[in-house]
Design a binder for this molecule. Structure first.
Ligand SMILES: [Mn+2]
Length: 308
């Protein structure tokens, strides 16, 4: 194993994402991926930290409470001193590795970033967005390319980068804090050039920053090379540890078996598993999945009302 590990996996979440992060790291360990893990944890309970550390080689990095979406801290956590390997790989805490993905975590070209391109280009990738990106990159860094390098933007759920790009990570960090409000949520207003927050800012740099890493031709984490080895993403909200949404239903087997692995190893007790992650409750949660978008709206409203 040691000579197949030269990357650190980095993820983060607030208390509501602790189950996601736990399942993510469990999916690595049960598939033989022994990579060191750094977890940015905002406001986690001692119990939540203890559980994930039991999976071995996990470093908890406390994150100060903030109203800004945690994804905006990706560049800071990826560039932190706890990452000691040649390569660093950001992975969103709302997904799992299926199979042993060690080979995809082995960087090939130090000048490249391995990240998924949106195909087709998303609706927010407009000429107006590009003009704003170019203007802002030029405004803050003194120079910008005349034309975008790419005809689409990227998705930042998985980002594999060599450590030589630390200065690029700090430019991304500075740019996030320059162009996004300090209390930005998961998304900006529709029509904004930075609709996808951290992801849009990264897109602006990859498209226009003259000294940005190149986006690799192949992403690899989507199972196109090997259908048995990929990263699955529990898209949309709520997340499976809260309630199953219609999109995520397809991943139930991977989720249940990961949780059962955690229970078998004594990392969590059966009684501590959230109901949606218990096989017994599947008929119920499958049945109410169509209500997920409304439940999510209600959860967001509740948060707004009580935290404002
Ligand atoms: Mn996600």
């Amino acid at each position: 194993m040691t000579d197949t590990v030269n990357a650190t996996v980095v993820t983060a979440g607030d208390r509501a994402y602790a189950w996601g992060a736990l399942m993510l790291v469990a999916s690595m360990r049960r598939n033989g991926m022994g990579h060191p893990v750094v977890v940015g944890a905002m406001d986690w309970t001692e119990e939540q930290k203890r559980r994930i550390c039991q999976l071995g080689d996990v470093t908890i990095r406390e994150i100060e409470r903030t109203r800004q979406c945690l994804a905006c801290q990706k560049p800071r956590i990826m560039g932190c001193a706890d990452v000691k390997t040649e390569w660093v790989c950001w992975v969103d805490a709302d997904g799992l590795f299926v199979g042993d993905c060690s080979e995809w975590l082995w960087g090939e070209d130090v000048d490249e970033v391995r990240i998924k391109r949106c195909d087709p280009p998303p609706p927010d990738f407009t000429p107006e967005t590009l003009a704003t990106w170019q203007r802002d990159v030029k405004r803050f860094w003194g120079q910008a390319l005349d034309e975008s390098r790419y005809a689409t933007r990227v998705q930042s759920g998985v980002i594999l980068l060599h450590r030589k790009w630390k200065p690029f990570l700090s430019r991304w960090d500075v740019q996030i804090n320059n162009v996004l409000p300090s209390d930005v949520g998961i998304l900006m207003k529709k029509g904004s050039a930075y609709y996808q927050t951290d992801e849009s800012v990264l897109g602006s740099l990859l498209c226009f920053d003259p000294v940005a890493p190149k986006v690799s031709e192949q992403y690899k984490f989507d199972g196109r090379i090997d259908r048995a080895r990929y990263y699955l993403h529990f898209g949309y909200n709520p997340k499976p540890w809260q309630m199953w949404n219609p999109y995520a239903l397809r991943f139930r087997e991977e989720a249940y078996s990961t949780v059962e692995w955690l229970v078998e190893r004594g990392v969590v007790k059966k009684s501590e598993v959230p109901l949606p992650l218990r096989r017994k409750w599947w008929p119920f949660y499958r049945c109410i999945a169509p209500l997920a978008p409304w439940v999510w709206r209600a959860m967001k409203l509740k948060r707004k009302l009580f935290k404002a």
